[in-house]
Design a protein around this ligand. Sequence first.
Ligand code: SF4
Length: 364
Amino acid sequence: MNFDLDEILIERESRESALATRIGGALGDHIPVIEVDDARAAARPRPGDRDPFGAGKRRMLIVRRKSPFLMACPAGSSRFACCGYLVLTIASNCPMDCSYCFLQEYLADNPVFQIFSNYTDALDEVDRMIASAPGRSFRVGTGELADSLAFDSITAMSHDLVEYFSARPNLTLELKTKTDEVDTLLALDPRGRVLVSWSLSPEAVFLSSEHRSAAPAARIAAARRVLEAGYRVAFHFDPIIAYPSAARDYLELIDTLLDSIPAKDISFVSMGGLRMTPTLKSAARRRHPDDAMLCGEDVLAPDGRYRSFAPLRLRLYRQLAAKFRKAGAEIPSYLCMEVPSVHEKVFGATPPRPATIGERLATI
Ligand code: SF4
């Protein structure tokens, strides 16, 4: 495990769970373990913390999830050309600390890093979904409210997930990460049903904004390792930040990626520009005052988020899309949280419906 924790909190109900036992076994007595009666209270910001969100990342709470695990991606909206991604929330928050991360707003009231002891119940929900939609395929991921692999070396949650998804031909599991923590995956057989995806940014963004994440070169090297072990791989260029040398840096990053991973082996690529609600923007600037990447010129877009000026954003999307097109293989690509007209201007075609693109990405 490459991330520090200050303490482990366990609600009474989860004390005997397999997950708590595994985590206890992996950590030994290096980290204080505290039993809590009221998990809801334990998840809230702690009075007296100077940075409650940052402090919450260093407290792991093992707790039963009482809400559904399976949901549509929270970034989705009828106004955007969505990708039909489904999310399994088996953990919430992340030990890394990207300055632009939307969790700073989304989890402001529950910042403690929660990990759900009954996470295998999520698979029952997936069973019910596929039973209700025979013949359809779905892409389901765990990397929306948490990083999919950051703590996998101590939780081993990927074992149950890979075993379940690898046996279902109409499902694809997407494990999304900014780490290079892939050792547990290498011992498993994904049978072509598991995709590992990385968010990739140029070195300048990594150094300025993506604190405690693996360096871009380490992410690409990890992608090469899982590809050789039978996993599919995909890459998210998100958020794309429009800083002065952005075009050059992103295009060089793609060259570096394609030197290690041939275009024909990339299942898909997504792109999304930096977008921040006013609340997120002020939280991010307060927590990361030295990050120059947060100080670019942006405008308040019709969806209520600050974004870089549309022509600048479009130019970057087009340059990246053209670079991949020239790579010699048609890589399926989509935009995240952009309206259909932007998709049309970048790719020259109307975006497919979310269900259609979701199926397509699940089966390639
Ligand atoms: S790795 Fe992802 S979830 Fe974690 S802090 Fe960065 S943006 Fe947020």
